[in-house]
Design a protein around this ligand. Structure first.
Ligand SMILES: [Ca+2]
Ligand SMILES: [Ca+2]
Length: 505
């Protein structure tokens, strides 16, 4: 049996409308002979289309109060007419203003934290700050009574001294923790990038030592998973690859934890554990968006973040006047961004996150394999939620009903829609046809879809915005429908918005 494109045209149509916001029943038509519309208002122009008004240099706005699913057919017919220069749907648009960035916080050292505005922090703070997300900082501990941190600290553990108090005696972990979640707008010190996230301090070094063992790192990772961390930050390098740490990271990833690791400093190749393929390896960028001289680099790096002259919290309660540098401070910026992203997109895994980081990141000078973190764009590009009411449908009698929630401030994105059938995956095309994904890849169905305000409702079906989806004529079998983002410039998949099965009987 062959998958018949005609039989599923209705499915495309509804899917496309769901994602696009067409003005129902309206088509913009321009004839090659620009004078064709003189006095044409109210007249039929054939193909079941009536001219509603004429403007835009002899482009007619045509209207036909007919079923929505006939529009695509009308478009195709009009386009096939040799007199017609073009015919297209009348798309809705939105004003292009972004959510207002939060005003500068009152933290006195914020003005010296240039990197925060560099990565779009104040745009991001209008959307998410890692609320409800735990970031484990596997490090030298954290200054547990630091006034700019303590309210965001969970009780942790000290695997360096094997006690229950992860009090930092070195200073490194306190700085790293403050990059993630120093308290914002508390009139004290500076601000973290995800100031609503909680930090789980896990100490790996004995007392104030600058060294630690791979065994302590592995123990800390298992502990962080057990304590419910969603993100684990590893601003550290180990002299050699170790199976013990690799197994711990594999365990964390299998548990759905995102592991972020510094690429390492003062060397050529990326150091372990950032070399592991299931962590997010972070390089360090400069204020000018070059790769920092101190940063290691290589094919394992997933993203860069500012790592030069980063002012952060100090042992004993203060905040730096002079910044420190290193991939140690770039990694926690990414951990914070991941914490904010999973607050709004809890289903995202490493692959989605890395793709989205790069799709929304800023270009680097002299490095094209990955981008520099832009958390503002990362969070603005939120995705719609679609949820089908039933997943087993009778082709002859049922229609697919889907609840939708379009998030506020969804930034302009490129979307594709496909149906995965027993006969392969088919991508919907703008002209209503189907394209074999296996042969032709993912292409955007539409570009620049945006949602300025949150909307909820039934997308189609009884009481919905659009007519019921008619399934009659489709062969029985297991189907999935998907709507996802693509990076139109590279044709790459950024991540599924929705992937939902349905069975046709
Ligand atoms: Ca201790
Ligand atoms: Ca503060």
């Amino acid at each position: 049996m062959k998958f018949g494109p005609a039989a599923v045209a209705a499915l495309w149509w509804i899917t496309a409308q769901a994602a696009t916001g067409l003005v129902p029943d309206e088509i913009l038509v321009k004839y090659r002979d620009g004078g064709s519309f003189a006095g044409a208002a109210g007249r039929s122009i054939g193909h079941g289309v009536r001219v509603e008004s004429v403007g835009l240099s002899a482009t007619a706005r045509s209207s036909k109060r007919a079923r929505n699913d006939a529009l695509q057919r009308r478009l195709a017919t009009l386009r096939a007419d040799p007199r017609v220069e073009y015919a297209e749907p009348n798309w809705y648009g939105q004003f292009a203003a972004l959510p207002t960035p939060v005003t500068a916080p009152n933290d006195p050292k914020f003005s010296s934290q240039d990197w925060l505005d560099k990565v779009g922090a104040r745009q991001a703070w209008a959307i998410a700050e890692g609320r409800g997300v735990t970031v484990a900082v596997v490090d030298s501990g954290v200054d547990m009574s630091h006034p700019d941190l303590r309210d965001n600290l969970l009780p942790g553990f000290d695997f360096g001294d094997n006690d229950g108090d992860p009090q930092d005696q070195h200073g490194h972990g306190t700085r790293v923790a403050a990059v993630v979640a120093a308290l914002r707008d508390n009139a004290l010190g500076g601000s973290g990038l995800a100031a609503k996230a909680k930090v789980l301090p896990v100490k790996i070094n004995p007392n104030s030592s600058g060294t630690f063992t791979s065994a302590a790192v592995a123990e800390s990772i298992y502990y962080a998973v057990q304590k419910g961390a969603r993100v684990i930050n590893l601003s550290l390098e180990i002299d050699n690859d170790t199976e013990t740490v690799k197994n711990a990271v594999d365990h964390a990833v299998a548990a759905g934890v995102i592991v972020v690791a510094a690429a390492g400093n003062q060397g050529i190749e990326v150091s372990f554990p950032a070399t592991l393929s299931n962590v997010i390896a972070v390089a360090s960028s400069t204020a000018d968006d070059a790769i920092a001289m101190h940063s290691r680099n290589g094919p394992e790096v997933a993203i860069a973040a500012p790592g030069e002259n980063i002012r952060s919290a100090k042992l004993g309660g203060g905040f730096d006047d002079v910044g420190q540098s290193g991939t140690s401070f770039a990694a926690p910026a990414v951990s914070a961004a991941v914490a904010a992203l999973v607050e709004v997109e809890p289903r995202f895994d490493r692959a989605h996150i890395v793709a989205r980081l790069n799709a929304t990141g800023q270009p680097l000078i002299g490095e094209t394999r990955y981008k520099r973190l832009d958390i503002g764009r990362l969070l603005l590009d939120q995705l719609p939620e679609l949820r089908p009411r039933s997943t087993v449908l009778n082709a002859a009698t049922d229609s697919l009903q889907v609840d939708f929630r379009l998030p506020q401030h969804m930034g302009p994105v490129d979307l594709y829609a496909t149906v995965l059938t027993p006969f392969g995956e088919f991508a919907l095309t703008a002209d209503g046809g189907w394209r074999d994904v296996a042969r032709q890849g993912y292409r955007p169905l539409l570009s620049g879809y945006a949602s300025p305000a949150e909307q909820t409702g039934i997308l189609f079906g009884s009481g919905g915005l659009f007519p019921a989806l008619r399934l009659a004529g489709l062969p029985a079998g297991a189907y999935r429908w998907r709507i996802a983002q693509v990076d139109a410039s590279r044709g790459a998949l950024i991540g599924p918005v929705v992937e939902s099965p349905f069975t046709l009987k």
